[in-house]
Design a protein around this ligand. Structure first.
Ligand code: ADP
Ligand code: MG
Ligand code: MG
Length: 880
């Protein structure tokens, strides 16, 4: 049986399966599917991804049969089009388009107007009765073929063009001008040592090879690596009859989203250019015009210029959405008033738009709630909550452009991607400023805080890529003049140099001088609230937040936290008055003076706990007793010891001695956590007292308090046994004095491997476990997050670690401890509540695992709460 390498489409039917992206690539599958739906698609054929894979596996040879099948497909195409390759009567022109299974926007190459040569151009001119169009197409083809297929850098052609044009624009060149220009462009090719093939079939073969090879280009590989796309798949190649948007003012080309990719609102969102071919828009070299009536942008709208084609576009959009049940990103061309579709795919969108569209599609009856939940990546929800410019900020707006991707960002101005990376290595944020971006800039964009371009529209490379990355971006900012060679840009009277700070607002398009104050985003989110309600109704894990203050607790609650899973009390000791008392406590020689100092700290903590209880009315609040080593509260080297000593009323020498005593070789494994509670019981007693006093205060105000006291860093059953006893004794004393009954829990963190190993013994003295997966991961691997930076890069490069186990939960290793600890704990204490309070509580990989092993809740930082809620829903749905 011979392998089938080509699949034709056209005239209402297609050989291929319109859903088979793996074989036909995304573009090819879409073309086949649209053809089957009866939509106006120029005919053509797709060379399969399998052919590409074969090509690479066989030192860039073609498989047997491919040439014959291509010839057959061309013969069919010629008869459908009533034109033929190389004909001097009616020449056939095609595009050769890349298209892998997973879309990689702008990563690979496309050649348009293939089939032109010195003879066919004359035929096309005669036949179309539009010589200018024919020569404009030839001009384009020579450049594209030179750049994409032969590898002559496109700037070499644009230099020649610029010189030829002088102060004229390309659009204003006459046919006679173009006839002079084309040979100059061909000369660039021959001067580079290549021969321009006049034979259309030779042009085709070389172009197919070039598209195959572009799959393995450096930038395509980098894109796949950063987006986790496997390398093996290969690209398909689509050969398609040309339709022409460059035939004058009744023709044009455009790109459109069937809904707004920035905020998800319904209504067409797109751009077009009259008398142009596709690459003019994508390259961002001409600023395109808006499509819709309701756009607030200036410029001739498609709905006014070509109302019939526009109406047709609206009709086709609905057909496409109904079929794909998702927002589509489509590419179209209008040839003398007639509309053609050239591409459709699920459109890239911001996180905010993803949420809005998923929810709207449910309301429109197109998808189910569960499908909607699965349509949104949990990770992305965090960027819905991007910072915005503070409304009362002092700002100097120096320019404005198009609002391409929302959110505010500030950073040092850089003009080259490499500089973004150099700054990133020093943890310095950058704003990448370019005339326009190209795929070569992806690496810089990945690490930049934001992107600003002088040219290009809402569908330019910069805009599309930034939205996909969830990165603030302003494009088409024509008010700035970029001078790469001097590394600066002008904006009115301002000169902004490399390294200067600027702030951009991708939601308004404003560019501002310096660092402008930002606010955390509002969480008013209609659609997000609704989506997360659906998430909660399918999820089994509940989500709490890590919050240390009343403000954080309020925010966490707004974001849907069902309690506080971790309130770290150390910052309560850093309150200026508390810190002074704390230092006195640490320097005290005897229990009495230690207690006096602690008595000064208690009311401060009591007030802080009260705020948190008030915010969490009715919900549980887990408070971790003091965890860090004491030396963290003493002056650091740059604080003046003399001043501190004076303030505390001790001699400098005494302070120095105590500092020496507290110094530890390895503080992470030092005198901290429950060990402090054992050495200085009065510290923990004071905290418990402050907590229950606050609980009583609030409960008297009618607030429902649910305190949970958590003992950190326990390794031995004896530790928890003793501290539980002490905690209960103190709590009962405070409650007894007040004559009030409050239910509370006492539990422990599991953050040492030994605690997980002895979980059954610990559970006899604990009402709950909370896995502190940050420390547990560090202790299991035996490295600390502060030092791992020294070798992590090597491990990554050597393929030993793909992600930091501190960011992505280590299911294989640490997961065993969590699973075992939970099982053992519950076997000894069936009522044991089990949760997680490390960063992994907001990590979708972690959440999926914690769901699987039956934990009760996860707790994460407030901004990760929506991420965790959605991840918990995904875990539940996927388990079914
Ligand atoms: P990319 O993957 O970079 O978008 P495409 O293969 O989609 O590359 O080609 C880019 C643009 O070229 C298309 O959007 C379209 O405007 C134009 N184009 C491609 N093929 C044709 C064709 N057969 N006729 C007219 N224009 C075409
Ligand atoms: Mg391309
Ligand atoms: Mg395209």
């Amino acid at each position: 049986m011979t392998t089938r390498w080509t699949y034709s489409f056209g005239a209402g039917s297609a050989d291929g399966d319109g859903a088979d992206k793996a074989l036909l690539g995304g573009k090819g599958a879409g073309l086949a599917q649209m053809t089957k739906l009866g939509l106006p698609v120029p005919p053509g054929f797709t060379i399969t991804t399998a052919a590409c894979t074969w090509f690479f596996q066989n030192s860039e040879q073609w498989p047997a049969g491919l040439m014959d099948q291509i010839n057959g497909a061309i013969t069919l195409l010629e008869s459908q089009m009533e034109r033929s390759f190389g004909s001097t009567q009616a020449p056939l022109l095609v595009s050769v388009r890349s298209g892998a299974a997973v879309s990689m926007p702008g990563m690979m190459d496309t050649v348009l107007n293939l089939g032109l040569n010195d003879k066919t151009v004359e035929a096309l001119a005669r036949q179309s009765e539009n010589p200018r169009f024919a020569w404009d197409s030839y001009r384009r083809f020579v450049q594209m073929f030179g750049d994409v297929v032969l590898g002559v850098h496109y700037t070499r052609f644009s230099q020649v063009e610029r010189k030829f044009c002088g102060d004229r624009t390309l659009e204003s060149l006459s046919v006679d001008d173009l006839k002079l220009l084309v040979p100059k462009l061909k000369a660039v090719i021959s001067e580079s040592g290549f021969a321009f093939p006049e034979d259309p079939r030779a042009q085709l073969v070389e172009s197919v090879n070039a598209v195959f090879r572009s799959y393995n280009s450096h930038r395509a590989r980098y894109y796949r690596k950063t987006n986790g796309i496997p390398d093996a798949a290969g690209t398909a190649v689509n050969v398609q009859a040309m339709v022409f948007g460059n035939m004058g003012n009744t023709s044009g080309t455009g790109v459109a989203f069937t809904r707004n990719p920035k905020n998800g609102q319904s209504g067409f969102f797109g751009e077009w250019l009259p008398d142009a071919q596709g690459e003019d828009i994508v390259a961002g070299t001409r600023t395109p015009l808006p499509i819709n009536d309701n756009s607030d942008r200036d410029g001739l709208k498609l709905s006014e210029a070509m109302p019939e084609a526009h109406a047709e576009l609206l009709r086709l959009k609905d057909i496409l959405e109904a079929h794909y049940r998702d927002m589509q990103d489509i590419e179209f061309t209008i040839e003398r008033g007639r509309l053609f579709l050239l591409q459709t795919r699920n459109g890239k969108r911001t996180a905010q738009a993803a949420v809005q569209i998923a929810v709207d599609l449910v309301h429109e009856g197109m998808i189910t709630q569960e499908e909607a939940l699965l349509r949104v990546e949990p990770e992305k929800l965090e960027s819905v909550l991007r910072p915005v410019i503070s409304p009362d900020a002092n700002k100097t707006v120096i320019a404005s452009g198009l609002d391409a991707s929302p959110g505010a960002a500030c950073g040092h101005v850089v003009f080259e991607s490499l500089d973004c990376q150099a700054y990133a290595e020093r943890d310095e944020p950058t704003i990448l400023v370019r005339l326009e971006t190209s795929p070569e800039d992806i690496q810089g964009m990945t690490v930049a805080a934001g992107v600003l371009t002088a040219r290009g529209g809402q569908t330019s490379h910069a805009a599309v890529v930034a939205r996909g990355m969830g990165k603030p971006c302003v494009v088409g900012c024509t008010e700035i003049t970029v001078d790469y060679s001097r590394e600066l840009f002008y904006a009115g009277d301002f000169v902004v140099r490399k390294g200067d700070w600027i702030t951009i607002d991708g939601g308004s398009g404003e560019v501002m001088q310096g660092k402008v104050a930002m606010l955390p985003p509002q969480t008013d989110g209609g659609a997000m609230v609704e989506l997360l309600q659906w998430a909660d109704s399918v999820a089994r894990l509940t989500v709490r937040a890590n919050a240390d203050t009343g403000t954080d607790a309020t925010r966490a609650r707004e974001l849907g936290a069902t309690g506080i899973g971790l309130c770290r009390t150390e910052h309560m000791f850093f309150h200026p008055d508390a810190l002074r008392a704390m230092r006195r406590m640490i320097l005290a020689d005897d229990t009495n003076s230690r207690q006096r100092a602690l008595n000064d700290i208690r009311p401060i903590q009591r007030a802080m706990f009260a705020e948190i209880f008030e915010a969490m009315d009715g919900l549980p609040v887990t408070v971790r007793l003091l965890d860090p080593p004491l030396h963290e509260f003493l002056p650091s080297s740059h604080e003046d010891l003399t001043d501190v000593a004076k303030e505390l009323g001790v001699r400098v020498e005494a302070l120095q001695t105590r500092l020496e005593q507290l110094k530890e070789a390895n503080p992470m494994m030092g005198h901290r956590g429950v060990r402090l509670g054992v050495s200085f019981p009065e510290v923990y007693r004071t905290q418990v007292r402050a907590l229950f006093e606050a609980a009583i205060d609030m409960s008297r105000k009618g607030i429902v308090v649910r305190p949970e006291v958590m003992i950190p860093l326990v390794a031995m059953p004896g530790e928890i046994e003793r501290l539980r006893e002490q905690t209960v004794e103190e709590a009962e004393r405070v409650l007894g004095e007040a004559g009030i009954h409050i239910d509370y829990l006492v539990g422990t963190m599991i953050e040492l491997p030994r605690a997980a190993l002895l979980a059954d013994k610990l559970a006899m003295h604990a009402d709950f476990f909370s896995f502190g997966t940050n420390d547990l991961t560090q202790m299991t691997y035996g490295f600390s997050r502060d030092d791992m930076g020294k070798f992590f890069g090597d491990y990554e490069r050597e393929g030993l670690l793909a992600d930091s186990p501190l960011a992505v939960f280590d299911v294989e290793g640490v997961g065993q401890l969590v699973e075992m600890g939970t099982k053992k704990g519950r076997s000894a204490n069936p009522r044991l509540k089990v949760g997680v309070c490390g960063e992994h509580g907001g990590d979708p990989v972690g959440v999926a695992f914690f769901h699987k092993v039956g934990l009760d809740y996860v707790s994460c930082s407030p901004f990760r709460v929506p991420v965790a809620r959605l991840a918990a829903a995904h875990a539940a749905i996927k388990q079914r």
